[in-house]
Unconditional design. Structure first.
Length: 617
């Protein structure tokens, strides 16, 4: 009797410890991704020059980063107070995971220490906040989850937290899709904008209202990465759990995740989800064949749901899928090295020579020269082109140059003298130039007004394919050559924007539609790591993923019977693969990355349990 009381007391204490262990994990999964709160951040000089902002108004990153850091500190404190060496998971694979993770974080730290932008590398740029400190927190989350996840029942803490996140995100997403964004409702405004910014609430809301379904994750692309994890995770669990209520709950979460994906229209999310489902199909091939009578009804059910959501979202997903297929076919077409993107630009080149501006169009050449009377214009035959100045705009009726106008700026102390001009094409400002007596006309950055030149950076691949994948071909072709300088250590976390050739004005004009757009990310998780954290950090990350995926596949693939722990392991594996596939097109971001790293810790833990615990559940 006494022993039973002691046993129950011990079990109660263990359960309490387990709840305490999972509290920061549940907070990171269920609450942190939902945080949207305005924070004003002062830009450093270098960030100011690149982003052209002195102050950043951030809603989606800064406060999330603060709570990620706070939660990681809490995790370490809990481990310090409740650490039990008998609960440590020990085998060769676990040791290998820890060593590879240590290499990953070591080279991330080295990239920060040797960075030219140490402060940014440490804390991240203002609107991303994913510096070395936060990346280190990600690895803490993974290792902490690996320790805390002691048995299959622990998955409920993670699943219920993610379920809460999906449901709330879906509610917000539906409101956004219907044009009644809860974030910009009266209550929403009070929650996301502090009182000291109350006077600018209405002005700030306009931009948020115009977004597609983003929930609280800033961008539809990140909803894609999120749903590429959630759909396979909850779908797998919903298929195999035995409890009726739990099956209904998991099915609702899976459908909610699918609706989020459809509302976001994220092609990266589509690919990640499809990839994860294909993996599940391979793993469960034998089991599916053993129940082949159910395959057709299940496929019909899934197709009905997909078609229904497609109709509900007015064909957005159909359009996105067809464009995805078109881009995929384009990638595999042979590269034509004779293709020059400048053949498709109205302005092929801008040349500064002897104080003159020479604008090369597809068929003509327009030369501008500063004179005491203003600006003279001549064509390629050096014949004068008649331009008139009216309301500070130079314009012409000459059909060859009718779309080229120039905004005139005059000196403050002498309004008869020009200080600069702005090139306007079809009523859209593109390039800025200053004029001095010493140098004549020269190109300047449209924001800083500092002298600049057009850069034609080294490229690799995607020639003639710069616009595929929403211009990812352009980003990747300029990013790949950057890796040759970061084989060992990178430029520092979150410093990509400072290293990208922002002076590739014509390339940006062609691919992005705006020569002055600031490129701040490569839209590729792996290029992001290679450039920011270095080749060895990327290699260690890929090694970690491959070892986990291969080990999991060997454990679970092509079996007829599965126990509960194995289903959890397979569901987790599929979610990890979904994220990694979406990562080919998306970056790491504080709104989604913590979920991935925690699920990775859970996946490694459940694999360990499945190897070392042979008891059927």
């Amino acid at each position: 009797m006494l022993e039973n009381v002691k046993q129950k007391s011990l079990e109660k204490k263990e359960k309490q410890i387990l709840i305490i262990l999972f509290m920061p994990i549940m907070f990171l999964l269920g609450i942190v991704p939902l945080i949207v709160r305005l924070k004003e951040v002062q830009a450093s000089q270098i960030v100011h020059e690149v982003f052209r902002e002195q102050q950043f108004i951030d809603f989606y990153s800064q406060y999330k980063a603060v709570f990620i850091l706070a939660s990681s500190i809490v995790m370490m404190l809990i481990l310090f107070l409740l650490f039990d060496k008998y609960k440590l998971k020990k085998d060769k694979k676990i040791t290998m995971y820890i060593i590879i993770t240590a290499i990953f974080i070591a080279f991330t730290v080295l990239s920060t220490l040797f960075s030219d932008y140490k402060d940014i590398a440490m804390w991240g740029v203002p609107d991303r906040a994913e510096g070395m400190v936060i990346i280190f927190c990600y690895t803490i989350m993974m290792l902490y989850t690996l320790y805390a996840f002691q048995n299959a029942e622990c998955y409920k803490y993670i699943i219920y937290s993610l379920g809460l996140l999906v449901i709330i995100s879906t509610i917000i997403g539906i409101s956004q899709y219907m044009g009644m964004d809860l974030l910009v409702s009266n209550i929403g405004k009070q929650l996301i904008i502090p009182n000291e910014f109350a006077e600018i609430r209405e002005r700030l809301m306009t931009n948020i209202q115009k977004a597609r379904v983003t929930a609280t994750m800033y961008n539809p692309n990140y909803i894609g990465s999120f749903t590429a994890m959630m759909i396979p995770l909850f779908m797998t669990l919903a298929f195999f759990v035995k409890g009726k209520i739990e099956k209904i709950f998991l099915s609702i979460i899976a459908l909610s995740s699918l609706s989020l994906l459809f509302g976001s229209g994220s092609r990266a999310g589509i690919l990640g989800t499809i990839g994860a489902i294909i993996l599940l199909g391979v793993i469960f091939l034998k089991k599916a064949w053993s129940k082949k009578r159910l395959i057709f009804p299940i496929l019909i059910g899934i197709l009905t749901i997909v078609v229904g959501l497609g109709i509900a979202t007015k064909g957005i997903m159909l359009y996105k899928t067809t464009s995805l297929l078109a881009d995929s076919l384009q990638i595999f077409k042979p590269v034509n090295n004779d293709v020059d993107y400048r053949d498709y630009l109205p302005i092929r080149d801008l040349i500064i020579s002897e104080g003159k501006l020479i604008i090369i169009t597809q068929e003509e050449k327009l030369t501008l020269e500063s004179t005491p009377e203003g600006i003279s214009f001549t064509d390629k035959k050096e014949n004068e082109v008649e331009y008139q100045l009216e309301k500070n705009i130079y314009f012409t009726q000459d059909s060859r140059f009718i779309d080229l106008k120039f905004e005139a700026f005059f000196k403050a102390d002498d309004t008869s003298k020009l200080s600069g001009i702005g090139l306007v094409y079809k009523n859209r400002g593109l390039f800025a130039f200053q004029i001095t007596d010493q140098e004549g006309i020269y190109l300047v950055d449209s924001f800083t007004q500092q002298k600049t030149e057009i850069d034609f950076p080294e490229t690799l691949g995607f020639k003639g394919k710069e616009k595929i994948g929403s211009s990812r071909g352009y980003l990747w072709s300029r990013s790949l050559p950057m890796i040759k300088n970061t084989f060992f250590i990178g430029h520092g976390p979150d410093t990509y924007v400072l290293e990208f050739p922002q002076q590739d004005y014509l390339g940006k004009y062609y691919a992005l539609g705006d020569p002055n757009k600031v490129v701040d990310k490569p839209h590729n998780l792996y290029l992001q790591m290679a450039i920011n954290q270095g080749g060895i950090a990327l290699a260690s990350f890929i090694s970690l993923m491959l070892i986990y995926i291969i080990n999991s596949f060997k454990m679970y693939a092509l079996k007829v019977y599965y126990k509960k722990e194995e289903i959890i392991g397979i569901a987790t594996l599929a979610s990890i693969v979904g994220y990694l596939i979406a990562g080919v097109f998306n970056d790491s971001v504080v709104s989604v990355a913590p979920i991935f790293w925690i699920l990775l810790g859970m996946g490694i833990a459940i694999n360990y349990i499945n190897v070392h615990d042979k008891v059927e559940v």
